[in-house]
Write a protein that binds this ligand. Structure first.
Ligand code: SAM
Length: 379
């Protein structure tokens, strides 16, 4: 199948954009979701794409070179993704092996927890190749089991949301080993595909600044607080499941002096009077799109102003945003205006981003989805 694209679409693809919207195709073809097509501009081949007429993102680029999209094609791409992460196995037993467009495989997410694989197919195009992908994962990685997590995003592609075992048996409970730390996780139930693997490197960076009293806000499984190994740690988290994980993880890592507060962080900060020398703020994406940005900025300002009030002089503040609409520049602007209210000064110690198993490709600006800054407070 061949599809003509518009000049605007062509200009985007010249810069290696990973997808085109409906209005960037000359006509919306009547074809099954996930059909493979050649994108054409003025009679010339530009790229090969998965086409989904029912999705706003109508063309997802699979290749910028004319090639057969077959088992060999996927084998090459999977092998490349696996190879470039090889060294990470030296520090962990769990990582993201394939991160969709950022690994040139639009709609395929593969996380590996030792010999357990958790997979998601988020585009109709990739879903059509499920059988081949599973065969390849078995051949190349020899897992004991493969479990599919039905991501909600599948609905946008007209796909059903189903979670199911696709091969062998995946462990319900699993212990992630990461830089000599241990994290208990439930592979089938957890948020995302189990654990926030993308914060691995940042946990290590921020953890080095743990000293006397750490406050881990939006703690999830307690990763930051556990790395910090402070004399006392307070974890604040709203989910009961995550709170039970924090308790298990403290036990696994020999952390004894801690408190878990099951609460909304915003309410917690209203009342908290104790002070800390390291505070981590790692909230979920408040602003999933640009229109929600205003509310997110307000929420962030509240979090930073109130955290600074209980951060000691010489203490450290780590801020993370996992939403494209709140950038690291926004975090710095928010930190500056909050420090003026607090009558303090903030020094930038580190700029951070998602760990390398979640690649950031320059031709896909959105692939930088997690940014962070570590700041030090001066009076
Ligand atoms: C991005 S995750 C934190 C990841 C964690 N820092 C780590 O490295 O594993 C955000 C967490 O905030 C929790 N959460 C969301 N809204 C909350 C709220 N208002 N108050 C407290 N926790 C909240 C979620 O349950 C989730 O575990």
């Amino acid at each position: 199948m061949k599809i003509e694209i518009t000049k605007q679409g062509y200009e985007k693809l010249k810069k290696r954009a990973p997808w085109l919207y409906q209005n960037e195709l000359k006509i919306i073809p009547k074809c099954d979701p996930g059909t493979i097509a050649d994108l054409i501009y003025k009679g010339e081949y530009v790229a090969t794409a998965f086409i989904n007429p029912i999705s706003k993102i109508t063309a997802r680029i699979v290749s910028f070179e004319k090639t057969n999209i077959d088992k060999e094609f996927f084998k090459n791409r999977i092998e490349k993704a696996v190879k470039k992460r090889e060294k990470l196995w030296n520090i962990t037993n769990s990582m993201r092996l394939i991160h969709s467009e950022a690994d040139f495989l639009p709609g395929l997410i593969v996380d590996m927890y030792q010999n357990n694989i958790i997979v998601s197919f988020t585009t109709a195009g990739m879903d059509n190749f499920k059988g081949i992908i599973i065969e390849l994962l078995i051949e190349l990685l020899n897992p004991k089991g493969i479990y599919e997590k039905g991501d909600k995003i599948r609905q946008k592609e007209g796909l059903e949301i189903a979670s199911q075992t696709l091969y062998g048996e995946v462990d319900d409970e699993f212990i992630i080993l990461e830089n000599n730390k241990k994290f208990y996780t439930r592979l089938k139930e957890g948020q995302k595909t189990g654990f926030f693997l993308d914060q691995r490197k940042n946990r290590k960076i921020v953890g080095e600044y743990g000293n006397k009293r750490t406050l881990d806000l939006f703690a999830n499984a307690g990763g930051f607080g556990i790395y910090a190994r402070a004399e006392f740690t307070k974890f604040v988290e709203i989910s009961a499941l995550a709170c039970s994980l924090i308790e298990k993880n403290c036990e696994l890592n020999g952390i004894e002096n801690y408190e878990i507060v099951k609460s909304d962080v915003f309410k917690f900060l209203e009342k908290e009077k104790n002070t800390y020398d390291l505070i981590i703020i790692d909230p979920p994406a408040f602003a999933k799109n640009k229109s929600a940005r205003k509310g997110a900025i307000k929420g962030w300002k509240y979090l930073i102003v109130n955290s600074l009030k209980i951060l000691e002089e010489g203490g450290y503040l780590a801020l993370f945003s996992c939403s494209h609409s709140i950038t690291s520049k926004d975090l710095l602007d928010l930190a500056l205006s909050s420090s003026i209210i607090d009558n303090s000064y903030l020094e930038v110690i580190e700029f951070m981003k998602q760990d390398i198993d979640h690649p950031y490709l320059l031709n896909i600006p959105n692939s930088l989805y997690l940014t962070g800054v570590l700041l030090r407070k001066e009076k």
